[in-house]
Design a protein around this ligand. Sequence first.
Ligand code: ATP
Length: 370
Amino acid sequence: MNNQKIFSIAVMPGDGIGTEIMSPCLEVMAAAMQRVGGIEMDFTTIEAGAGCYTKHGDAFPEESRKTATSADAILLGAMGLPSVRYPNGTEIAPQLDLRFDLGLYAGVRPFRAVPGIPMVLADPRAKDIDFVLIRESTEGLFASHGKGTVENDETARETLVITRNVSERLFDFSFDLARQRKAKGGEGRVSCIDKANVFMAFAFFRKIFDERAALNPDIAADHAYIDATALNMVRNPLGFDVMVTENMFGDILSDLGAALIGGMGMAPSADIGDDHAVFQPCHGSAPDIMGQGKANPTAMFMSGAMMLDWLGNSHGVGECNKAAALLNAAIDHAFGAGRLMPFELGGQSGTSPITDAVLAAVDQIDLASL
Ligand code: ATP
């Protein structure tokens, strides 16, 4: 009898360039999985986002929600368009709903320099940038999403929330990730990024971090203020291993991290909870370049690789980890050859040539080297 697990994956291409980078991503993932063998996935594409809202008057229909919730993992392109808004003026963002509904508290954003991609920093060590930012994704200032008030056109309020329950799990997740990186030669250090010198909520955040650090003595732990961290991410990006921070701070530092390694098209992400996970590039739907074939699909490919790795770890299927490693190696190989330069970095390589080069590389990598 064949007991092989068939993974069910909910695919949400979304809007704008999300729809343009999703098919290439499924193509390169299929190639990597086929090369490794022993992995079965069942992909179901579901509707959600601004286009869906325009068409059906609902940005995230119940049917789509059900499919997403029951899947083993969710692969998402990008959602929202500035031209499509709810009556209260806010943008369509079902990806935020998913984070709250499924309790995806750990927003994992790895920043790794890819060979062949020019770095904005002149220091030659920029090619060694490799750190992970963990953005808490269900509370912080975003707990106020949809609940803010404006009184008499005079005073606006949004409330930041930090809870012990989520923070403990967030920090434990961060120490675990640092441990996994340490096993592969990483430094094994978690830095708590906060503003504990000014706000009680962040002093509380830091206190819980210190409590969890004491329970993880094999991993080093330190703290830094958000403002100093913005400075140091540019001045000394090699000085970080795993950073963990509040939702809004993480939102901003994510874009800074993406700039350090070549732009939004090179920055993948995962939103992970205890039972569910969503994998998507850090970037949005980029309406300024949609429909022109200019989107860099690399962040989407890397997000697919993160999904494979997570499925492999959570279900003990080593083939998935191997396919993830193959996909990342193929990306490095494709860009390392020096013939690809994405549009966002001033080059002429759009979605197709990048996809073709990564597909070709998937066949060329020596599996034994992974
Ligand atoms: P959001 O506001 O939801 O973050 P957005 O698309 O307006 O979405 P970003 O995702 O931050 O904003 O992207 C900023 C700009 O970076 C885009 O307008 C686009 O020009 C560029 N960009 C983003 N992603 C890519 C990509 N994959 N390939 C090429 N350019 C991109």
